[in-house]
Design a protein around this ligand. Structure first.
Ligand code: SF4
Ligand code: SF4
Ligand code: SF4
Length: 375
């Protein structure tokens, strides 16, 4: 089977509902119905652009989850850790990378997981998207879909109109995608079994088959007449490569901006100033998919950090950085939850880039590549 295929659901209702032809939905439904997996872990759309993770064994519930995501969702890896059954997980590249890092630390049995990756061009916090729509005078109930295409946000309206805005314009109004997403260069989730994204053809998913498991499940779905496939022509592959290159170049530009070459003193003053704001709520630690110790050394009953004192000693942050930096997947969850708006993912990502440069280790790409401290 070729590495790339265009795919869509055989079931017309599922095809119609899905932005890209319902391929993922029909595959998940099939996997549950045939007991190939016990559960599907995905996210379900809620009110006001908030997405809730769900673990379901109900094929019909999977159909309800169909849709394209450009809103921040909780990192799915943390939830996958607690499931011991066979599951299919729908994940963004940062979720998938975290799953792989957890598997390397024996926190997830990767044999039990089938990963369906969604290409990702960035996500918005729900309140940012609310403000954007207010500015554009768009009613939520009129929206069919929202997507980022290159440097534009496109809002597809149910009446057939499309409203486009340059991301640069939104940036000027302080309405950008999440900071970590701006720096993210992992657009296509090739670390998954299948990497799925938009195609130039309507109601069709561009699928990159990334593992033997991925190939096997597609063949099975074809045998059972669940999906339809066709080959991908050169122009389609070129369009995908160009889209990816555009996004990676943008990410590098933002990395240069956020990781600017300041003096040691400037960096120290900035970060220690930030750490002084900390109210030691532990939210950044608790949400981080890479932090998994049951009795964390930062707990108040451990000797490292003095209990009942805020801001905590800088050791609190330095310890987290030392523990996480080599495997930080830049998912941005720590920054999203910080009540005092410390841009934590920025320092974690920067130090991870330094680890990448020094030890040539890129987290979350391959199970065979061990982090420097596990070598
Ligand atoms: S960090 Fe990357 S993969 Fe994760 S949501 Fe942002 S753009 Fe998508
Ligand atoms: S440190 Fe922050 S950005 Fe890095 S993996 Fe943990 S939560 Fe994600
Ligand atoms: S989330 Fe923010 S305030 Fe809470 S412990 Fe982390 S850095 Fe401190």
């Amino acid at each position: 089977m070729s590495k790339y295929v265009l795919a869509w659901a055989k079931d017309e209702k599922i095809r119609e509902k899905g932005r890209f032809g319902g391929f993922i939905t029909s595959l998940l439904k099939f996997m549950l119905e045939k007991n190939i997996v016990d559960y599907v872990l995905t996210v379900k759309k809620g009110e006001n652009f908030k997405y809730t993770p769900i673990l379901t064994s109900n094929p019909e519930e999977v159909v309800e989850c169909s849709g394209y995501i450009i809103y921040a969702t909780p990192n799915i890896a943390k939830l996958a850790m607690n499931v011991k059954d066979k599951i299919a997980v729908v994940c963004k590249p940062c979720d998938a990378r975290a799953i792989i890092e957890l598997a390397k630390r024996n926190q997830i049995d990767i044999e039990n997981i089938f990963m369906i990756g969604l290409e990702c061009y960035g996500t918005f916090l729900p309140m940012t998207l609310e403000k954007i729509l207010k500015n554009l005078k768009i009613q939520k109930e009129d929206i069919k879909n929202i997507e980022i295409v290159k440097d534009e946000l496109s809002v597809f309206i149910k009446n057939g109109d499309t409203i486009k805005t340059k991301l640069e314009e939104l940036e000027k109004m302080g309405l950008s995608i999440r900071e970590n997403c701006k720096r993210c260069e992992f657009i296509i989730p090739r670390m998954c079994d299948l990497a799925c994204g938009r195609s130039t053809e309507d109601k069709t998913t561009f699928v990159e088959i990334c593992s033997k498991k991925g190939e096997k499940i597609i063949k099975k779905a074809l045998e059972h007449n669940i999906v339809e496939l066709k080959g991908v022509n050169e122009a389609e592959i070129k369009a995908k490569e160009e889209e990816e290159k555009f996004a990676v170049d943008m990410a590098k530009k933002w990395q240069n901006y956020y990781f600017k070459n300041e003096s040691l003193e400037e960096r120290r003053d900035f970060w220690f100033g930030m750490f002084n704001r900390c109210i030691k709520c532990y939210a950044c630690r608790d949400v981080c998919p890479i932090c998994y110790c049951i009795d964390c050394i930062l707990n108040p009953w451990r000797p490292l950090i003095e209990g009942g004192k805020v801001p905590p000693s800088p050791s609190f942050h330095i310890t987290r950085i030392i523990h996480v930096a080599e495997s930080c997947v830049n998912c941005g969850q720590c920054q999203d939850v910080c009540p005092v708006e410390i841009p934590i993912s920025r320092i974690m990502h920067k130090l991870n880039k330094d680890v990448q440069e020094k030890w040539g280790y890129i987290p979350g790409i391959s199970l065979d590549d061990k982090p420097p401290t596990l070598r």
